[in-house]
Design a protein around this ligand. Structure first.
Ligand code: GDP
Ligand code: MN
Length: 434
């Protein structure tokens, strides 16, 4: 795997983008987990109030320098800015009172970083840790690699800045060291990693030990990414992990109940949290046409058609083959409650899923929620005639389309009309029944 691709792979397992399907823990939670594996992390406490911050800073001991770190699920916090204008989510300071003052400027504020998008992420917790002195900052990432068909370790003797930046400015600093999953991490591999990070002598031994333990955590906890940036070397030659980002495979939730119990849904897209609770495959996007489709392939095709006609999908939503009435209603509610959505396109191919079940879901949904946007429906396949009859008999005004192209065109046009109506403040009502 070449280094640029490796760097991109690290980022593509990034949970901050909406597409990712991995659990991501806060730094303080990751630290706790790492402590349990004997991995060296700074002492510290996560707090939610100014008073707690003061107590936590004092408990580090007199004369200890302090780091105050915003706990949001995004990297690049050091270079971020809070919505109140306060700069940086990572502050070094020298006394407990200052630490508490800094923490109080972070609580309740959104921190905007390179990875959060313009809205930022809410900071409800702050980690107060001891400051480490460092001679060098290094980078370590453990993730899965398609090419070597197993785990791989990305090690760099430069760290601190993002792996993409290092890959661009000094690709030679980065080494990619695959691990044979059957053998596990051998002393040779651990040594090679420590060497790639530029360690010598006793620190090299220490680093190799840390790498072994991090790998053990990666495997045992079903992680998809363990990223330590930076791992540091102190002037005394000690090796410490001072930042950690760990992602976990969502499919492993049943094997890792303790890890998944730590999920912080307040940091996730609320539309996705709600959809996940209803058992729907939903990914939020930035467009204005809500899509409700069965089958992932058809969902993709529907999004393509919308794009082709100049529109933008607001989401990917696959209701699956066995969706119930209730799930369809919930799906509608999520689309209808999304303020960005200006038209809804339903595209169902009745194979396993029966069109009449979907139609019943649409009718129930339209009657129970105040559907505020126009609705275009294209149904084909199993029980389509029954479905059409149900819709017709319901008296609801639903724009029907027989083929997908036509349905896509109609949805795009209607969304445009609603958009224009909203801009000029004309009261166009699409409430159902009309
Ligand atoms: P990130 O910006 O979200 O990646 O947060 P980090 O935890 O990596 O902190 C950002 C940067 O602050 C690090 O890369 C370090 O350069 C610096 N930093 C964080 N903690 C310490 C510390 O204990 N001592 C020193 N000297 N620098 C630190
Ligand atoms: Mn970092």
């Amino acid at each position: 795997m070449n280094i640029l691709r490796a760097a991109t792979r690290v980022r593509s397992s990034n949970p901050y983008g909406r597409q990712a399907r991995f659990l991501h823990l806060h730094e303080y939670q990751s630290q706790e987990l790492m402590r349990g594996y004997g991995i060296r992390v700074p002492r510290g406490t996560a707090v939610t109030t100014k008073e707690e911050a003061l107590a936590a800073a004092k408990s580090l001991g007199d004369g200890t320098d302090i780091v105050v770190k915003a706990q949001v699920l995004a990297g690049g916090r050091g270079l971020g800015t809070f919505e109140n204008g306060f700069k940086s989510g990572v502050h070094l300071c020298y006394d407990a009172k200052t630490a508490a003052d800094i923490a109080s400027k972070m609580f309740g504020q959104n921190l905007v970083t390179k990875q959060t998008g313009a809205g930022g992420k809410l900071c409800s917790k702050v980690l107060v840790t001891e400051r480490m002195y460092m001679r060098r900052e290094m980078y370590l990432g453990i993730l899965y690699d398609r090419e070597s068909q197993g785990p791989t370790i990305i090690a760099s003797r430069e760290g601190g800045s993002s792996i993409e930046d290092i890959a661009a400015s000094n690709p030679n600093a980065i080494k990619n060291i695959p691990v044979n999953i059957a053998e596990g991490i051998t002393p040779e591999v651990a040594d090679a990693v420590a060497e790639a990070m530029g360690f010598h002598g006793n620190s090299k031994k220490q680093c190799a030990e840390q790498v072994k333990k991090l790998y053990q955590l990666f495997i045992e906890k079903d992680a998809t990414l363990v990223e330590i940036n930076p791992m540091i070397e102190t002037p005394q030659g000690e090796v410490v992990c001072i930042d950690a980002k760990i992602n976990f495979d969502d499919n492993a939730d049943f094997r890792q109940p303790d890890i998944f119990a730590m999920r912080d849904t307040t940091q996730e897209d609320p539309r996705e949290v709600r959809a996940a609770e209803a058992g729907l495959n939903y990914i939020g996007l930035d467009g204005n046409i809500g899509c409700l489709v069965n089958g992932a392939g058809l969902a993709m095709a529907t999004m393509d058609i919308i794009k082709l006609h100049g529109g933008n999908p607001a989401n990917f939503l696959d209701v699956g083959g066995g969706a119930t009435d209730k799930q369809v209603t919930e799906a509608f509610t999520i689309l209808n409650d999304d303020p960005k959505v200006q038209a809804i396109l339903v595209n169902i191919f009745g194979g396993i899923m029966r069109c009449d079940v979907i139609a019943q879901g649409i009718i129930t949904a339209a009657k129970t929620i105040q559907l505020r946007v126009p609705l275009v429906v294209r149904l084909q396949g199993n029980k389509v005639d029954e479905a059409k009859k149900l819709i017709f008999d319901s008296g609801l005004r639903i724009i029907a389309a027989d083929d997908l192209d036509e349905a896509g065109k109609k949805a795009v046009k209607l969304a445009e009309i609603v958009q224009i109506a909203n801009t000029v403040d004309v009261n166009v009502s699409f409430k159902l029944p009309l």
